[in-house]
Ligand binder design. Structure first.
Ligand code: 9UX
Length: 72
């Protein structure tokens, strides 16, 4: 089944950054839903763990030039 992961995302300074990160996340294979909040620097991602891992999601955010880490 699908899981939900929460990530802290650093380096977002405007609404366009948020849209960019959400678009990157939604384009990833295995991701069905992504919501990113600028005020809290938090992202919530629904994903299929058979297709993509939390580490893959972190790496995709970082490849786009932001900082990302898992919320435990
Ligand atoms: Mo606007 Mo966000 O140029 O990096 S997209 S600050």
């Amino acid at each position: 089944g699908m899981l939900v992961g929460q990530f802290t995302i650093g380096g977002m300074t405007c609404a366009a950054c948020v849209n960019s990160v959400e678009g990157i996340l939604r384009d990833l294979p295995g991701v069905s839903r992504a919501v990113v909040a600028l005020a809290t620097s938090l992202g919530e991602v629904e994903y299929d763990p058979m297709v993509i891992s939390k580490d893959d999601i972190v790496n995709a955010i970082e490849d786009a030039g932001f900082e990302a880490s898992l919320v435990q």
